[in-house]
Design a protein around this ligand. Structure first.
Ligand code: EPZ
Length: 426
């Protein structure tokens, strides 16, 4: 397993290109199942999860063609063709590698009238049930059966429009429901839907394919089903979590970085909390410029569905606040086990106390490098950030977690002055 070695203490300076958003790409790719015409996605990040999703779509009989981009360029172009769906089964050995595989459920049901998808199971950060996905689809006329670790969904005679009020906000369940409703017979009203920018990206892509969706970006979507969708070419939005992560890198190292392609609107409350912590964020012609003014200040942050502070930024923020002046209170309201970075940060000298869903972070003068273990995607990034600021050498093990969500991380950080290298185990 590869590891990453960082020799910290160098302020970052320069430009970091922000890649296409992983969590947008993972809901745009299954849209190809909804039409027999080609869907071309631009600005796709080179990430393990994207490749895994491509293999999943191949398993359903779709072709995925990467159009020629120079290996050094960011932003792949992929054309996905679903003129024939040869299998409606998403097997365990693929789904277990990537939970987002569950996002083929809605589109397969909508297009083929059936789907058999392995239950994704939990992951490091929590149990992550899919009950809301299933309830929403039942309200669109699906019959759901659970057997032998699989969801077997059918919609004899096709899905029909329905009304569903989500009892709690779920990004994935919203995405499955929207991708099903666009081909359902009649009108659907989905209430208390997720409003993340990735949902807006999904709705905009579906509209480009001929879907009829009103209320995009609000908590209420009204969808009028159409008989067919056509192909389209669509560019994936920039990754707001990658951008937020590198903003924390600039802040924690006391540097100044331009995040090329980052969008102020998408980063919403993350920027508010960065500014509250003493970080200057300024829109530029190409993106956002981020620099630490003086010392960092402790803040209180509670994760929440968009437009609240994103749970995917919690671990990275904690690293930054570990070296702030004063204390911070971080509360994780979305997932039940998303503090696994805490013991590793503590080994680097951070002063963090966890009580249930909240963590008190008392700022320390500095961190010291150490060998640390990555446990999940965003926890891994928080350890990289700590390593960038720490004195001495930090070795982050199990970096395959990082490769799921950060395209060419060490290249992007080296280019702005970080002393970072990847060591393969041969
Ligand atoms: C998406 O996961 C993201 N993944 C996650 O990003 C992100 O943390 C999460 O949304 C919240 O923003 C992708 O987009 C691929 P949810 P998802 O359904 O859809 C509970 C990353 O680091 N819930 O919004 O799985 C669930 O347990 C990843 O990039 C149910 O109870 O998240 C959680 O507590 C990590 N029943 C809460 O809702 C359900 O049927 C929010 O989960 C579904 C969810």
């Amino acid at each position: 397993m590869d590891k990453i070695v960082i020799r910290g203490g160098k302020p970052l300076s320069g430009r970091i290109p922000i890649s296409g958003a992983k969590n947008a790409a993972l809901t745009l790719m299954p849209c190809a199942l909804l039409t027999d015409e080609p869907l071309t996605l631009r600005n796709l990040p080179r990430l393990a999860d994207i490749d895994t999703f491509g293999h999943l779509l191949n398993n359903h009989g779709l072709s995925t063609t990467i159009e020629g981009t120079h290996p050094d360029e960011f932003g792949r172009v992929m054309t996905i063709r679903a003129n024939r769906i040869t299998s409606t089964v998403a097997p365990y050995d693929i789904v277990r590698k990537m939970r987002a595989s569950i996002l083929v459920l809605g589109p397969l049901l909508a297009r083929a009238g059936e789907a058999t998808v392995s239950l994704p199971g939990g992951c490091a950060i929590g149990n992550r049930p899919i009950d809301l996905h299933l309830k929403a689809l039942e309200h669109l006329g699906a019959e759901i059966e659970l057997a032998a670790g699989y969801v077997k969904a059918t919609a004899k005679g096709g899905l029909r429009g329905g009304k569903y009020v989500f009892p709690l906000v779920s990004v994935g369940a919203t995405e499955n429901a929207v991708m099903a409703a666009v081909l359902a017979r009649g009108e659907s009203v989905l209430e208390n839907v997720a409003r993340e920018p990735e949902i807006v990206d999904l709705c905009n892509c579906l509209r480009a394919m001929g879907a009829k969706i009103e209320g995009i970006g609000t908590e209420r979507l009204r969808i009028t089903g159409v008989r067919d969708l056509h192909g389209a070419t669509y560019a994936v939005m920039p990754d707001r979590i990658e951008a937020g992560s590198y903003a924390c890198a600039a802040a924690i190292t006391g540097g100044e970085v331009e995040l090329v392609g980052a969008s102020e609107a998408d980063l919403g409350s993350t920027l508010d909390s960065l500014r509250e912590a003493g970080v200057e964020v300024t829109p530029t012609a190409d993106g956002l410029s981020v620099k630490r003014l003086n010392g960092l200040r402790g803040v209180t942050v509670s994760t929440a569905p968009y437009p609240g502070f994103p749970t995917d930024m919690q671990a990275q923020f904690m690293s930054m606040l570990a070296v702030a002046e004063g204390a911070s209170l971080l509360t994780e309201t979305i997932f039940e086990n998303r503090f696994m970075h805490v013991p590793e940060l503590s080994r680097m000298g951070a002063d963090i106390t966890v009580r249930g869903r909240s963590a008190v972070v008392r700022g320390v003068a500095g961190l010291t490098g150490a060998p640390v273990m990555a446990t999940d995607l965003r926890a891994s990034m928080s350890l990289v950030l700590a390593g960038l600021a720490a004195s001495g050498e930090t070795t982050v093990n199990r970096v395959y977690h990082l490769d799921r969500g950060y395209e060419r991380l060490e290249e992007k950080l080296s280019a702005v002055g970080a002393d970072i290298e990847r060591i393969g185990d041969g």
